[in-house]
Design a protein around this ligand. Structure first.
Ligand code: NAD
Ligand code: ZN
Length: 670
C-alpha cells in the first residue's frame, strides 16, 4: 500500500471507529455488529504498525472506547479501568498462551470466567459501606452513578462484619436479565418508544439515566469479578474471588480454574452451547492468568492487560434479499418501518421480517430496493439488518425513501424534537391507532375480555359498531344486527357480550392499564392504583403529588398530566364509569396489628434494602398510621431510604419534618 493510501485509510478508520465508540458507549445504540467493529479495529492496528508515522496518539487502538458525560460528576479511577484484548478463534488463543508462557514460563494456571455482556462498574467500599460507584468512562475517569447503582439489590450497601480491608475497590459487570429485558422492551414497544436492541444496551442506557425512580423500575443485576487493594491480600485471583463471595458479593459460580490451554478450550466449547440456557447474555469467555505476581510480570499495554484475554462468540448471521419496506402504525401513533425479507433460516427459526426502528436506521444502512442484506440474531431477540452487501446491489437500484404521510389515514407525519420516531398525529381518526387502543384494552393483561379478539375488534370497527372503548359496553344494543353478520354465530355473540359484561368487574389497576396512557405499563398502573386509590385522585394529582408515588418519575408524571388534560379522555372515563367499570381500588380489610402509630402521618420515599415501599406502607397502616400523598406541614414523619429526590428532602427540611430510617420506624413499633 502506498503511504498516501495508508494515511487516508488510517484517517477514515480512526474517524469511523470513534463514531462507533460514541454510539456504543454514550448513546447505547450501536449501528454495527461487534464482530465488524473488532475487524475494523484490527485492520487499523495493522496499518498503524506498518505506518506508525500516521497513527494518532488517541487512536481507538490505544484507548478505552468510552467517555465521561456532562450529566454526572466525573471521578478519577485509582487504578485505570482497561479493556480486554479479544480473540475469535482457537488459534489466536493458542498464540496468546504462547506469548504468556514465553514471558513467565510454563508453570501457570488460568481462571476462566463468563464474559457478562453488560457494562463495567467500579465500586468503592469504606468501612464496609458502599460509598461510590463509577462507570469505566474513558478508562481514566468515569461517571459517578452511585445513586443509580444503589437501586441494584444484589449489590450490598453495607457488608456484614468480616475480614475485608477498610478501603477497597471491587469491579464487576452490571447487566439485565433477558426476561426483564423482554418485559420492559415490550412495554417500550407498546408505549411507542424505540426498543433497545439487546439487554446490554438497555442496561447501559439505564445506568446513565438522571431519574433514579425510573432506574429503580428497571431491574439490573451485577456480577463482581475483580478486587483492588493498596496492599496485596491474596496470592491468586482465584483466592480473591473466594474471599469476595465470603464477604457477601454476588460472584458468578461458573468460573473454573484451568491447568492449561486445553482445559480453557474445553470450557469455551462447553459454554458455546450452554450459554443459551443462562438467564442473561454472555458474549464470550474471559481468560486470566491466576497468579498475581505473574500478572505483574506480564504487565499492560496502553489499553489492556497482557495477562488476560477474551474469547468472543460469533453471532449467527445470514444473507437474504429485501423484498419490501412496509410501515406499521402503533396504538400511540408511532410509525415502525419493517423490512420484509426473503424467508431464511437463522438461529433455529425462520426469519421473514426485521425491524428497521426508524428513519435514521434506513439512512444508516443506505438501504436500496432489492438489496441483499446481512441479518443477525445474536444475543438480540429481534432480528436485525446489520449491513447491505453492496457488491450485489442492482444497477439503478432506488434508495428506500421514508414515507411522509401515514400509510393508514394519510395524515402528514410528525417528528418530535429529540425523538427518532415519526408519529401520526391523528389519534382520533387513524384506524390502526383506534383499533390498537381497543385491542390493548381488551387484552389479557388489561380487561381480559373473553370471546373478543383482535380480529373481531377490526371487523366491528370496520362495520362502524365501535369508535371508542366505551362503545364496547353498548354493543349489546346491536345484538340483532351483529347476529346478521357473516362469521358471527349466535353463540359467539352471546359469549362476547357476556365477556364484555364480566369485564366490568376487572379491578381498577387493570382498567387503568387498559386506558393506554403513555408510559403507564402494567406495573406502573398497579403502583398508581395503590397510591391514589381512585381515578379522580389520579386525574387531579399535581406533578408534585405524582412523583411522590413509588416508581413514578418525571416522564411518567408528565404523561399522566397530559392525558387527563384532554377533554375527550375525561369524557370517555365518565362514560365508562356510567357503564359500571371499576375506577376505585378494592380496599382490603385491614386488621390492625396495633394502634402504635394511630394519629400519625407518614410519607415513604426512596428505596430500602429490607422492604419494598408497599411493604412499609402496609406496616404503617396495619399499626394505625396514615400515609399522606404530599409533603405538607401536616406530615409527622418522612421515612427515607436511598435515592430520595433532592426536592423532597429540601421541602421536608424546610418544614422541619423529622426524617427517619426504616429501622427507626421499626423501633417505633417496639
Ligand atoms: N458495535 C459497536 O459499535 C461497538 C463499538 C465499540 C465497542 N464495541 C464492542 O465492545 C468491545 C470493546 O469493548 P470493551 O473495551 O468494553 O471490551 P470488551 O467488552 O471486549 O472487554 C472488556 C470488558 O469486559 C467486561 N467483562 C465482562 N465479564 C468480565 C469478566 N468476567 N472479567 C473481566 N471483565 C469482564 C468488562 O466490562 C470489561 O471492561 C469491542 O470488542 C466491540 O466488540 C462495539
Ligand atoms: Zn394515521
Amino acid at each position: 500500500m502506498l503511504p498516501t493510501e495508508a494515511k487516508k485509510k488510517i484517517d477514515e478508520l480512526t474517524a469511523e471507529l470513534k463514531q462507533h465508540n460514541y454510539n456504543y458507549y454514550v448513546l447505547a445504540m450501536p449501528t454495527i455488529a461487534d464482530y465488524d467493529f473488532d475487524k475494523q479495529l484490527a485492520e487499523l492496528a495493522k496499518l498503524e504498525q506498518q505506518f506508525p508515522e500516521y497513527a494518532y496518539p488517541d487512536s481507538p487502538t490505544q484507548r478505552v472506547g468510552g467517555e465521561v458525560t456532562k450529566e454526572f460528576v466525573n471521578v478519577r479511577h485509582r487504578w485505570p479501568m482497561l479493556s480486554l484484548g479479544n480473540t475469535y478463534n482457537a488459534q489466536e488463543l493458542l498464540d496468546f498462551d504462547q506469548r504468556v508462557r514465553k514471558a513467565i514460563g510454563d508453570n501457570l494456571e488460568y481462571v476462566c470466567e463468563l464474559k457478562f455482556d453488560g457494562l463495567s462498574m467500579s465500586l468503592t467500599y469504606e468501612g464496609g459501606k458502599l460509598v461510590r460507584a463509577v462507570t469505566r468512562g474513558d478508562g481514566v475517569r468515569g461517571d459517578d452513578v452511585t445513586t443509580n447503582i444503589r437501586t441494584i439489590h444484589t449489590i450490598p450497601k453495607q457488608l456484614h462484619t468480616g475480614n475485608y480491608p477498610n478501603l477497597f475497590e471491587i469491579r464487576g459487570e452490571v447487566f439485565m436479565h433477558r426476561k426483564a429485558f423482554e418485559r420492559l422492551n415490550n412495554e417500550r414497544i407498546e408505549n411507542g418508544e424505540i426498543p433497545y436492541a439487546n439487554p446490554r444496551n438497555f442496561a447501559s442506557g439505564t445506568v446513565k439515566m438522571q431519574d433514579s425512580a425510573e432506574v429503580a423500575r428497571r431491574p439490573l443485576d451485577c456480577f463482581l469479578y475483580g478486587l483492588y487493594t493498596e496492599k496485596t491480600l491474596f496470592k491468586t485471583h482465584w483466592e480473591s474471588l473466594e474471599a469476595l463471595k465470603s464477604w457477601g458479593f454476588h460472584v458468578n459460580n461458573s468460573s473454573k480454574l484451568c491447568k492449561n490451554i486445553d482445559e480453557v478450550l474445553e470450557f469455551i466449547n462447553h459454554w458455546d452451547k450452554e450459554r443459551f440456557t443462562l438467564s442473561y447474555d454472555i458474549d464470550g469467555i474471559v481468560i486470566k492468568v491466576n497468579n498475581y505476581s505473574q500478572q505483574q510480570e506480564l504487565g499492560f499495554t496502553a489499553k489492556s492487560p497482557r495477562w488476560a484475554i477474551s474469547y468472543k462468540y460469533k453471532a449467527e448471521r445470514v444473507e437474504t434479499e429485501l423484498l419490501a419496506v412496509t410501515y406499521q402504525v402503533g396504538r400511540t401513533g408511532a410509525i415502525t418501518p419493517v423490512a420484509n425479507l426473503q424467508p431464511v433460516q437463522l438461529a433455529g427459526t425462520t426469519v421473514k421480517r426485521a425491524t428497521l426502528h426508524n428513519a435514521n436506521e434506513i439512512i444508516r444502512l443506505d438501504l436500496h430496493e432489492g438489496d441483499s442484506v446481512f441479518v443477525e440474531k445474536g444475543g438480540e431477540i429481534i432480528p436485525k439488518i446489520i449491513s447491505v452487501n453492496i457488491d450485489k446491489r442492482h444497477q439503478n437500484a432506488v434508495a428506500v425513501e421514508y414515507i411522509t404521510r401515514c400509510p393508514a389515514c394519510g395524515a402528514a407525519l410528525q417528528r418530535k424534537e429529540g425523538e427518532a420516531a415519526h408519529y401520526c398525529p391523528n389519534d382520533e381518526g387513524c384506524p390502526p391507532q383506534i383499533m390498537g387502543k381497543m385491542q390493548h384494552f381488551i387484552g389479557r393483561k388489561a380487561m381480559d375480555i373473553e370471546g373478543l379478539g383482535g380480529e373481531t375488534i377490526e371487523t366491528l370497527y370496520e362495520k362502524g359498531f365501535i369508535r371508542h372503548i366505551s362503545d364496547l359496553y353498548k354493543l349489546y344494543e346491536h345484538a340483532d344486527d351483529l347476529k346478521q353478520m357473516e362469521r358471527f354465530g349466535e353463540k359467539s355473540i352471546t359469549n362476547m357480550l357476556a365477556g364484555i359484561e364480566k369485564s366490568k368487574a376487572q379491578p381498577f389497576e387493570k382498567v387503568l392499564f387498559g386506558l393506554g396512557i403513555r408510559y403507564v405499563g402494567e406495573t406502573v398502573a398497579k403502583k398508581l392504583a395503590l397510591h391514589f386509590k381512585n381515578i379522580d385522585a389520579l386525574a387531579s394529582a399535581t406533578y408534585d403529588q405524582l412523583i411522590i408515588a413509588e416508581e413514578i418519575g418525571d416522564r411518567i408524571a408528565r404523561s399522566i398530566i397530559d392525558y387527563f388534560e384532554a377533554e375527550e379522555h375525561r369524557d370517555e372515563i365518565e362514560k365508562l364509569k356510567k357503564y359500571g367499570l371499576q375506577f376505585v381500588i378494592e380496599e382490603k380489610e385491614v386488621t390492625l396489628a396495633s394502634e402504635k402509630l394511630a394519629g400519625k402521618t407518614f410519607i415513604i420515599s426512596g428505596t430500602f434494602d429490607k422492604f419494598s415501599r408497599d411493604e412499609l406502607k402496609d406496616i404503617i397502616e396495619q399499626n394505625g398510621g396514615k400515609i399522606l400523598s404530599s409533603i405538607s406541614a401536616k406530615l409527622n414523619y418522612l421515612v427515607a431510604g436511598d435515592n430520595m429526590g433532592p426536592s423532597k428532602l429540601e421541602k421536608a427540611t424546610k418544614l422541619n419534618i423529622p426524617i427517619i430510617s426504616d429501622d427507626e420506624l421499626m423501633a417505633m413499633l417496639g
